[in-house]
Every structure is written in structure tokens, then in C-alpha cells.
Design a protein around this ligand. Structure first.
Ligand SMILES: Nc1ncnc2c1ncn2[C@@H]1O[C@H](COP(=O)(O)OP(=O)(O)OP(=O)(O)O)[C@@H](O)[C@H]1O
Length: 468
């Protein structure tokens, strides 16, 4: 079981806030974030919601990052955020898990800065991509594993999905794509382009191309505000041998930069859509958190439930797309970004409460092993177990109908060779590279059962194939 990891980051005062003589009201101490505000700090028209304890609210998170003042000894730069959060993502992904990082916060609070960064001060997405290829080259040399990395980049703008990496031109290409749901693999965007990448430079080029297409506009808080939610997705396949058994895992990393919440805005439809999807995200987080606290179900994957709770994933494309990351199979990190200024007190408090709620979500991530390869691996494990039994003359114990694999060629082989059995002979497996020898048997019905099982196992057939 794993909780959603929640980090909070506060940026420096910006020029506008300085011009307004805004005061810093966020204080961080270890993993605790406190917001301290008196009613006199709050400009007219902004309600001083929930002021208690002399206007101090404290919350504890997994990480509280103070990036308000570069001269402060407590200042947290981009590389510290990567070391804490990005390295965890990479670890999870190399272990075969899905991962998701999403940044949430008011417009202009530093989401894109934390996720993407600037050319001289890279954020989490480029650092994670770079770290991925560094580790690939290390593991390639040590483990002899092979890897495949593909990426896609989409934005959700006004409740429409757009492919930010499509090379197709013409009306409708790459925009208004449909979100669908696979019963096993979860939600996916139909016709979204995926791009094979060999190194960090390939990813960098694609990211630049995608960022240039992203919908931005100026807001009261941010001159270059992202007006859409984006998801940069890495599909990472690893093939290796684990204790001489094949193992293939496919992990997805969703790196999500949400559009900023805004109370008012010039483009009403846009603001309404952003706020609606963020509100739905808030509802989903609340229900999931309640589910985990009360032990209720709600997700279709859960077994016994105390209480059925409806989770409104499909109320927005954003929550539908993040369904698996939030409620099911993913190691998930939420980064809540904050302005330090008293003039944004109510937005800040609401972000802190939102993040506090997300802490209660607990999920059970599982390794995403390719099902075909898993069957081969399980069968090979079974063969090893059976070999041990054969060596100990315990052949009668081998019945396990559950794992029969019916392959027509094998049945033919078995029929051809049954005459040998009728002469009270059986091919017995002798350890050492799949060599077979004949041995007399006493108990024919038992042995027939044994052969039935063994002949229908296709990995063994591969061994037989080289002998017959
Ligand atoms: N930690 C930080 N250190 C220094 N500057 C920062 C930091 N966070 C944000 N900024 C600056 O603040 C401004 C707004 O940040 P950013 O664009 O990342 O906000 P945002 O939350 O993504 O906004 P929006 O939702 O409107 O897109 C940018 O000029 C950015 O460089």
C-alpha cells in the first residue's frame, strides 16, 4: 500500500506582488507548512476565510519546499526537488510500476516552473527524462537488459484533447481526440501519436515542439499562463532476465502540468472549464481520501467494501485521464505550488487544504508485467518445481490441470508417442539441458496423467523440439 506523496512548494514574490507591497505569509519548518495571516493583510474584497489561532494554519506534508529566497539557507532549488521526487519516480519505473507527478496550484504559482523549468534551470520533466536515459545506459551495460522508450504529449483545452506532437496537418488532425477506456489497461487517448526516442536530445526536441503548441495567454498573475492541462507521457518497456527467467514490464509515467485555478478571467469559457475540471479533481481526491479513511470501496477493482462511494472520474477529461494514477495502479506525487503573498491568502489556504486531502489517498500499485511473458515465466518456474519432483520420484503429485496449455502440435506429438507409453515406457526428464531418457514405470495411470500435463506444456515442448 502507498499513499499519494504530497509536496508543497512556495515561489519568490513576483514583481506585481512587490509593487503591491505584499508580505510573505508562508513559513516552512521541516515538512510543515504554515500560513500566517491577519485580517489586515487581506485586501478588501478577499474574504479572510477560516482565520483561527490568530490567523495561523499549519499542515504537514511529505515535503515542504521553501523557494522564496535564493539567499536563504533553507532555499530549495530545482535539483533538490528532483532528488527527492524525481529519483523516486525513476526508481518506481525501473521496478516496473506506473508513476504520475502532477502540479496543482493557483495561476502563476510556479507549476510550469517546477515541472518544466527554464533553459538554465530545468524542472522535473527534463530531469526525469535525462535521469531515465542515464540509468538506461548504466543498466544496459551491467544487466544486459534492453529498453524501449516512447513519448506522447497532449493538452486538454476547453474539454478537448489535443495532440501536441502530431506531425499530421489539415483540419481536425490531432485535435478533439477521443478518450477511451480499456477494461484492463485503463483510460487512453485514441489516435494519440507516440514517438520512439533513443536519447534525451530526442525527448528535448519533442518537448520543445509540444510546449510551443501549448495554449497560453496572459492572466492577472502570469504573463505566460498555461491555459490548458498537459500530460507528457513516457511509455517505458524493459526486457531482461531475472534469475534466468524472462521478464518484461511496461510502465507509464504521466507528468502533468495543470492549468492554474483562477477566480476571474477575461476568457470566461476557458476559466469555467479550467475551474470545473479542477473542482472535479478536488471531488475525486475527496472521495478517494474518504474511501481510504473509511475503508469504503468505490473503485471497480476493490473487493469487499464497507461502503460504496461513487467517484466522479468521468465528470472531466482530466480526472478520467488520471483515473488510474489517482485511484489505482500508480506511484503518484502531487506538488502543490503557492504564492508566498498575503494578497493570495485565500487561494493559498485552499491549495493547502486540497493538498492535505490528497495525503489520505492510499493505493496499491502493482508491477506491470507483460501478461504473455508472465505466463512463460510462471511456466518456467513450474517446470523447475516439477523437475525437482521428478528427480525425487514424486511424479504422482504433478497433477495441475489449472495450468494446461492446449497447443494442437503438442497433442499430435503426444498421440504419436503414446504407443511408447503403452509398452510401459515413459520419456522421463533427466536434468541437464533437456536431455530425455527412457525409464520403466510401474504405475501407468499415474504416469499417463503426468505425461498429459507435461506434453501440453509448450515451454517444455520447446525443449522437446530440439530433441525430437
Ligand atoms: N520556484 C521558483 N523560483 C523562481 N521563479 C519562479 C518559481 N516558481 C515560479 N517562478 C516564476 O513565476 C512565474 C510564474 O510561474 P509559472 O509559469 O511556473 O506558474 P504556473 O503556476 O505554471 O502558472 P499558470 O497556471 O498561469 O500557467 C514565472 O515567471 C516563473 O519563472
Amino acid at each position: 500500500m502507498a499513499s499519494v506523496c504530497v509536496a508543497v512548494r512556495v515561489r519568490p514574490l513576483n514583481e506585481r506582488e512587490k509593487e503591491m507591497s505584499a508580505k510573505v505569509i508562508i513559513h516552512m519548518d521541516g515538512s510543515t507548512t504554515s500560513v500566517h495571516c491577519n485580517k489586515k493583510h487581506i485586501p478588501k474584497g478577499i474574504p479572510g476565510i477560516g482565520l483561527t489561532d490568530g490567523g495561523r494554519h499549519s499542515f504537514s506534508y511529505d515535503f515542504s519546499y521553501d523557494s522564496t529566497d535564493v539567499r536563504s539557507p533553507n532555499f530549495v532549488p530545482q535539483d533538490k526537488v528532483f532528488k527527492d521526487l524525481g529519483c523516486d519516480v525513476l526508481k518506481a519505473v525501473f521496478e516496473g510500476y506506473n508513476a504520475c507527478v502532477f502540479a496543482y496550484g493557483q495561476t502563476g504559482s510556479g507549476k510550469s516552473y517546477t515541472m518544466i523549468g527554464s533553459p538554465g534551470d530545468l524542472g522535473l520533466i527534463p530531469r526525469i527524462c535525462d535521469g531515465l536515459f542515464c540509468q538506461i545506459s548504466e543498466k544496459d551495460q551491467v544487466d544486459g537488459a534492453s529498453f524501449r522508450t516512447e513519448v506522447s504529449y497532449l493538452e486538454i483545452y476547453n474539454e478537448r484533447v489535443q495532440d501536441l506532437l502530431t506531425t499530421k496537418t489539415g483540419p481536425g488532425s490531432g485535435s478533439g481526440l477521443h478518450l477511451r477506456e480499456h477494461p484492463k489497461d485503463g483510460p487512453y487517448v485514441q489516435k494519440l501519436s507516440t514517438h520512439l526516442v533513443q536519447n534525451y536530445t530526442d525527448i528535448e526536441e519533442l518537448m520543445h515542439a509540444g510546449n510551443a503548441k501549448r495554449t497560453t495567454a496572459s492572466t492577472g498573475m502570469n504573463d505566460v499562463s498555461s491555459r490548458s492541462h498537459t500530460s507528457f507521457t513516457i511509455i517505458f518497456t524493459q526486457v531482461r532476465f531475472d534469475a534466468e527467467l524472462p521478464c518484461e514490464t511496461v510502465s507509464k509515467i504521466h507528468l502533468v502540468d495543470l492549468a492554474g485555478s483562477e477566480r476571474t478571467g477575461a476568457r470566461l469559457k476557458e476559466v469555467a472549464n479550467i475551474n470545473k475540471s479542477l473542482a472535479t479533481l478536488g471531488s475525486v481526491i475527496s472521495v478517494l481520501a474518504d474511501t481510504c479513511v473509511t475503508g469504503g470501496g468505490g473503485g471497480s477493482h476493490t473487493g469487499k467494501r464497507k461502503k460504496q462511494l461513487f467517484i466522479p472520474y468521468r465528470d472531466s477529461l482530466l480526472t478520467w485521464l488520471l483515473k488510474d494514477s489517482l485511484g489505482r495502479n500508480s506511484k503518484t506525487i502531487m506538488i502543490a505550488t503557492l504564492s508566498p503573498a498575503d494578497v493570495h491568502y485565500s487561494e493559498t489556504l485552499s491549495t493547502l487544504r486540497y493538498a492535505n486531502r490528497a495525503k489520505n489517498i492510499v493505493r496499491k500499485p502493482t508491477v506491470n508485467e507483460d501478461s504473455g511473458v508472465r505466463v512463460i515465466r510462471e511456466l518456467q518456474e513450474e517446470i523447475t518445481r516439477l523437475r525437482g519432483l521428478v528427480e525425487n520420484n514424486q511424479v504422482g503429485v504433478l497433477v495441475s490441470k489449472r495450468s494446461l496449455v492446449r497447443i494442437p502440435e503438442l497433442t499430435k506429438w503426444k498421440n504419436k508417442n503414446l504407443c511408447a507409453l503403452e509398452q510401459d515406457l515413459i520419456w522421463r526428464f533427466v536434468d541437464g539441458g533437456g536431455k530425455l531418457s527412457q525409464a520403466p514405470v510401474q504405475n501407468l495411470p499415474e504416469v499417463l496423467n503426468w505425461v498429459e500435463i507435461w506434453c501440453l506444456r509448450w515451454p517444455w515442448y520447446m525443449v522437446l523440439g530440439s530433441n525430437f
